[in-house]
Design a protein around this ligand. Structure first.
Ligand SMILES: *Cc1c(COP(=O)(O)O)cnc(C)c1O
Length: 347
C-alpha cells in the first residue's frame, strides 16, 4: 500500500505543515491559516497517515483540514450550541441531568475536529487548576444523587496517566459515584497514548466505560483496534459515538462499515449524533429526514449490536433525545423490509 511507503508523518498545527505533507496546495495556505486563526488546526500523525493526498473529498481530511466554509455563519448557529454554559455551577462541571455530571479536567485535544461543538471553548490546553479540580470534586462529593461522572473535555486521555489516575482515585473514593464514563477520540487518533500506564490508570473496581468517538471506518485502523483491545482486556467497557457528517459518513454503506468495525472491536455503537448548530458547520449538517432514512436503512440489514441511537441535542440546554425513525404509526408497525402489519394483530 502507498501509505506504508510514506515516511511517518508529523503532527500538523499550521497550513505550512499541510503543504510539506503534500496535503495542501501552496496557493491555499493563506486561506487555511486564516481559518485556523479563528478555529485552531491540529491533526495527529496517525490521522495524517490516513489522508489520501490529492483526493479532494477524502473523509479524513474533511474532518480535520480547515475549509473556507467555516467562515460562513448559518441561521441558528451559535457559540454554545447545546447550552452548556448556563448549566455550569463551578468551573469544569456541567450538570444537566439529575443523576450524572460532566467533569472537564482539560480543554486540550489531539485533533481539532472542524465540526466540534466545543470548538469555541477549546483553549490552548487550558486545564483546571488543582484548586478548581478540587472544587469540582467537592461539588460531586456533596451530591449523593450523582451516580455517574462523565469525563469529557477536551479529551481526558490527553492527561498524563498519573494525573488521570489521581482523578480516578478521587472518583472511586466517592461512595455514591458508581460509574465513570470517559469520552475520547484518542484510541482512534493517537492510539499509542493508550499504553500500559494508561490502562492501569483506568482499571478500577467500579465500572469504567470509555466512549470512543469515531466517524469513518478508516479510523478503525489496526493500531486503533489494538488500543481498544488493551482497554477492553484491561477491564474497561467500550461504547462508540459518531457524529453524522455530510461528505464523511452520510451514506448507509459507510455507517454500516463503521458500526461493524466497532462491534468487531468490542465497541458497542451508542449514539449517532445529529450535527449541532456549531458556527461555521452548515457544510457538515445533513437534514433530519436524511438521518432518519439512513438509520432506517440499517435496521434489519445489520446486526442489532451495530445500531446506535440517533440523537439530537436540543439547543438551549434541554438535553439529548432520540430522533430515529418511527416504526409504529396509526396502529401499524413497519418491519425492516417496509411491510406494515396491524398491531395488536387482527387474528
Ligand atoms: C450528553 C450529556 C450527558 C450524557 O447524556 P447520556 O444521554 O447519558 O449519554 C450528560 N450531561 C451533559 C451535560 C451532556 O451534554
Amino acid at each position: 500500500m502507498s501509505q506504508s511507503a510514506r515516511p511517518r508523518p508529523r503532527a500538523i498545527r499550521r497550513a505550512a505543515d499541510l503543504v510539506s505533507a503534500g496535503l495542501l496546495d501552496e496557493g491555499r495556505a493563506a486561506l487555511v491559516d486564516r481559518v485556523a486563526e479563528r478555529f485552531a488546526l491540529a491533526i495527529t500523525p496517525d490521522m495524517v497517515a490516513l489522508i489520501e493526498p490529492g483526493e479532494p473529498d477524502d473523509p479524513i481530511a474533511r474532518q480535520f483540514v480547515p475549509s473556507a466554509a467555516e467562515l460562513d455563519e448559518a441561521p441558528g448557529e451559535r457559540a454554545d450550541p447545546i447550552g452548556d454554559d448556563a448549566l455550569s455551577p463551578v468551573p469544569g462541571i456541567v450538570h444537566r441531568y439529575p443523576d450524572r455530571v460532566l467533569l472537564k479536567p482539560l480543554l486540550a485535544c489531539p485533533v481539532h475536529c472542524r465540526f466540534c461543538f466545543r470548538r469555541e471553548a477549546l483553549g490552548d490546553g487550558g486545564a483546571l487548576s488543582p484548586g478548581q479540580l478540587e472544587a469540582a470534586l467537592d461539588y460531586i462529593r456533596a451530591r449523593p444523587e450523582v451516580w455517574e461522572v462523565i469525563l469529557s473535555g477536551g479529551d481526558p486521555l490527553m492527561l498524563p496517566p498519573a494525573r488521570l489516575s489521581a482523578i480516578m482515585d478521587a472518583l472511586e473514593a466517592i461512595p455514591h459515584v458508581q460509574v465513570v464514563r470517559i469520552h475520547s477520540r484518542i484510541p482512534a487518533v493517537e492510539p499509542s497514548r493508550v499504553d500500559a500506564a494508561m490502562v492501569a490508570a483506568l482499571r478500577r473496581s467500579k465500572a469504567v466505560w470509555l466512549v470512543l468517538h469515531a466517524n469513518h471506518p478508516r479510523e478503525m485502523t489496526e493500531a486503533c483496534r489494538a488500543a481498544c483491545a488493551r482497554l477492553v482486556d484491561g477491564g474497561v467497557a467500550m461504547l462508540g459515538q459518531t457524529v453524522l457528517l455530510a461528505g464523511v459518513n452520510d451514506d448507509a454503506a459507510v455507517l454500516e462499515a463503521l458500526f461493524r468495525a466497532m462491534v468487531a472491536t468490542r465497541v458497542k455503537p451508542y449514539y449517532l449524533h445529529h450535527g449541532d448548530l456549531v458556527r461555521g458547520t452548515a457544510h457538515f449538517r445533513t437534514g433530519l429526514d436524511e438521518g432518519r432514512g439512513l438509520v432506517k436503512s440499517l435496521r434489519g440489514r445489520v446486526s442489532g449490536l451495530c445500531q446506535p441511537t440517533y440523537v439530537l441535542d436540543i439547543p438551549g440546554g434541554h438535553g439529548k433525545v432520540p430522533i430515529g425513525p418511527d416504526h409504529l404509526r396509526d396502529g401499524l408497525v413497519e418491519d425492516w423490509r417496509g411491510d406494515r402489519h396491524p398491531y395488536p394483530p387482527v387474528a
